[in-house]
Write a protein that binds this ligand. Sequence first.
Ligand code: 4AD
Ligand code: MG
Length: 430
Amino acid sequence: MKRVWLEDIAKHEGKEIKLVGWVFNKRSSGKIKFLLVRDGSGVVQCILSKFDVSEEIFNKYQDVSIECSVEIIGVPRKEERSLSGYELDIKDFNVIGKSEEYPIGKKEHGVDFLLNNRHLWLRSTKQRAILKIRHEVIRAARDFFNNLGFINVDAPIFTPNACEGTTTLFEVDYFDNKAFLSQSGQLYNEAAVMAHGKVYCFGPVFRAEKSKTRRHLTEFWQIEPEIAYINIDENMQLQEDMTLFILKRVLENREQELKVLERDIDFLKAIKGPFPRVKYDDAVKILKDLGEEVEWGDDFGAPQETKLTEQYKTPIFLHRFPAKIKPFYMQRDPEDERLSLGVDMLAPEGYGEIIGGGQRMEDPIALREKIKEEGLSEDDFKWFLDLREYGTVPHGGFGLGIERCVAWITGTQHIRECIPFPRTIYRLEP
Ligand code: 4AD
Ligand code: MG
C-alpha cells in the first residue's frame, strides 16, 4: 500500500490508507488509546480501540512512546473538533523505530539544553512553524525577483577580499594561501549585473561577530539583488515591494503557523506602503528629542533602532548615512559629500535592521582612492576596479538578512531559532 501524506487526508475519507510518521503525543483512557501522529505535512489524532482491533494489535500500544516512528493502517473519518478536520481509526500498526526516554518533554527546558538538542528540538511544534515560515520567506523572495526577470547568479564563498570590513573576516587555509569566507555576495553581484542588468544571489555568508546579541549569527543567509541604472529612490521602492510581497505570501500560506507562534497577525496584515523614508540627519534629531544620547556620526545600535522604529507601525527606511560608518564601496551623496547613499530597512516592533544596501561608487578614481584610504590592497580589488574601467554605470542593490526577516515576521525574540542549526561565537554544535 502506498503511503498517504496527511496534507492529502481529505481525499481519502472513509478509505483505508497507510500513514507513516512519528508519535507526537499519546494518551490512554482504558479501552481507547489516542496517538497524535505527525508526518511533516500534518498532524492527526489516531484512535486505537479495543472494540475494533484484535488483542494482539491492541497490545502493541505498550511499545508506543513519544517520538517513536510508526506505520499505521487506518481509515480517516471527518471530525470537526480536530485541527486537521479528521481523525484516523487504526486497523493495524507497527512501531518502526523505538524512542526511549525522549529528552525533550512538555516541561520548560533551558535554552542551552534545547540548543544542545537542536537536532531533536527541530521536531517541536513552534520550531516547525518557524522553519516553515523561513521556507516561505525564501521562496517568496526568490519568486519576487524571478517574476521581475532577475537572473540568479551566485557568488563564491571562498574569496580573497573583504566586503563588509576587515574586522569580521573568517580566514581559512587555502592550499599555500589564505582565503576568507564571504561576508556578502555584493562585489560579485556588481560584476554579474554588468552582464545581465538585474541579478540576485542567494546563499550563506559568514561574519566573525564577536558580540553576543540576539540579532547576530556568524553564519546567516542573504538574498542580494543588484540592478544597473537604479537610483536610491528606486532601490527603496524595490525593497518595499519585495517586503510587502513576502509578507503577503506568508499571510496567505502560513497563517496556521503564525497562529501557533501567537504572532499578532493583525499587525502584519495592516502593513502597507509607502514606508517612511527617514534621513540619518533627521533620525538623529528624532532620537535626541526622544532623549537618546546620540551624536551625529554615531552608528545606531539596537537600543536606538528600537527607539526610532517604535514611532512607526511599518518598516522604515533609514538613508544617507555619514560615509565614515559605511563600507568603502558606497557612492557619496552629490548634495553633501559627508554622506553616503546607503539605505537600510528597519523592521518595526524592535526587530531593527533587516536590509542593508545602497548606491555603489561608480567612478574608478574615487573608488581606487577609497580602497587605499581603507588600507585594502589594490591588487586584490583590481577586478572590482575593472568594472569601473569598462563601461561603468550607476548601480545599486541590497541584501536581505533571511533570519532577521524571519525573526520579525514570526515574532521570534532571538535569531538563533530562525535558522536550522545556528552558529554563534559560542556555538558550533550540533
Ligand atoms: O547590512 P549588511 O552588512 O549589508 C551587506 O552585506 C551588503 N553588502 C548587502 C548588499 O548591498 N548586497 O548585511 C545585510 C543584512 C543586514 O541588514 C541584516 O539583515 C543581515 O544581513 N545581517 C545579519 N544577520 C544575522 N547575523 C549577522 N551577524 C548579520 N549581519 C548582517
Ligand atoms: Mg548593515
